[in-house]
Write a protein that binds this ligand. Structure first.
Ligand code: GDP
Ligand code: MN
Length: 377
């Protein structure tokens, strides 16, 4: 679960990382009084769980409370990468002398934590990382030892960060460990004209496996997630994860869906999602699943892979046929039914004879067909 900036900064403050004074509001007129309390001049910042707000016009300086209200009115309701701004944070502005980048992230591929740090933080960090990777230090951190004084010094030296950032490097590690986070990022961490080190922006991703310990951040589960399609799917109660390919995948059972992703990848295409319809596979679940997948503009073909066990294939076929009554199929659908009542299931689909629905009896064959259709589309 990703936290909002104002939640991340609260964790930073609790662990001793200095942040500018700020308030969060949902209405433009509240922005005026908040700005008055903060001293008049404020930075107005969109609260959305995505990066690049500055470049999208979601971070603006306001000279006085009246300007803060106008600016808040402008930013509230704005769309930033598919996220609607529902709250803004007003923060005391800072006279920035230098911007740094610091993060700790779980590197699953390396099976380790990684400190990533740079003396060239700010909104161009991705550009810096791409064009001059040597300006971004990447130092493994052994979680058994954590960020000791020596480790903090090693990270700072590798990145070219000044010594006053050392306590922040150590405190940020405490945020990661104590709050069950998978990622903590400060960009920018700034040095002010007065020589203070402040976290001006924060990103924290908590480990969902520790949700039972992080109840205070659980906003009831009704808030939109990081991805709009995942949020829609979650609202429909679907077990859906957005991926970045072009073959929509629906299957029954997490194991089958995961092997389906592998087989699709083996056929030279990339899966667009993970969607497990589980046992039962009602027409409603099939219709909901298809509508979410078809609304993903990246999807070029859809592969439904079902192995009938407790769920009989004829029930799944009925589900697909009923789903086609409510969802307009706009992309080719390849269906593979096998196992319990597969023959009857195939008959039902054949009788429906939808021009965009094809049946292939083997998983490999169906994956190949879906991949060919995706690559052609
Ligand atoms: P992001 O674009 O979503 O990462 O949003 P940030 O909170 O990082 O803000 C983007 C940029 O706005 C930062 O890199 C800063 O350069 C600038 N910025 C944010 N807050 C302040 C501030 O208080 N004073 C000044 N001068 N610049 C700020
Ligand atoms: Mn930032």
């Amino acid at each position: 679960m990703d936290l909002y900036e104002h939640q991340a900064r609260q964790l930073f403050a609790e662990h001793g990382i200095a942040v500018p004074e700020a308030e969060v509001v949902a209405l433009a007129r509240e922005a005026r009084s908040a700005a008055e309390r903060l001293g008049g001049r404020v930075v107005v910042k969109a609260q959305v769980r995505t990066g690049g707000r500055g470049k999208a016009g979601g971070v603006r300086l306001a000279a006085d409370p009246a300007a803060a209200e106008l600016t808040a009115r402008h930013i509230l309701g704005m769309d930033i990468k598919g996220h609607t701004v529902r709250k803004v944070m007003l923060a005391q502005p800072v006279d920035i002398k230098a911007e740094f980048y610091v993060s700790y992230v779980l590197d699953r591929a390396a099976g380790a934590f990684l400190a990533i740090a740079s003396a060239e933080g700010g909104t161009e960090i991705e550009e810096v990382a791409a064009t001059r990777p040597e300006a971004v230090a990447r130092i493994p951190v052994d979680p058994a030892n954590g960020v000791t004084e020596a480790k903090a010094a090693e990270i700072a030296a590798a990145a070219g960060l000044p010594p006053p950032t050392l306590p922040v490097l150590r405190a940020l590690w405490q945020v990661l460990i104590r709050e069950d986070a998978l990622l903590v990022e400060v960009n920018p961490l700034v040095r002010t004209a007065e020589g203070l080190i402040l976290a001006l922006d924060g990103k924290v991703t908590l480990d969902d496996n520790a949700r039972f310990r992080n109840g205070r951040w659980d906003n009831g589960g009704t808030e939109p997630g990081a991805d709009p399609l995942e949020a829609t799917a979650a609202a429909k109660g679907l077990n859906y994860v957005k991926l970045d390919g072009e073959v929509g995948v629906i299957g029954n059972g997490a194991g089958l869906v995961m092997s389906t992703l592998d087989v699709v990848a083996g056929c030279g295409a990339r899966p667009a999602d993970f969607l497990d319809i589980g046992g039962g596979a009602s027409a409603q679940v099939m219709a909901d699943g298809l509508s979410v997948i078809l609304s993903d503009p990246a999807v070029k073909s859809v592969f439904v892979n079902v192995f009938g066990g407790i769920t009989a294939c004829d029930a799944v076929a009925d589900g697909i046929v009923q789903a086609l009554e409510t969802v307009r199929l706009t992309k080719p659908l390849v269906v593979r039914l096998d196992g319990n009542s597969a023959a009857r299931g195939r008959e039902i689909l054949a009788e429906r004879a939808h021009p965009l629905v094809e049946q292939v009896t083997t998983m490999d064959g169906a994956a190949k067909r879906a991949a060919v259709l995706a690559n052609a589309g």
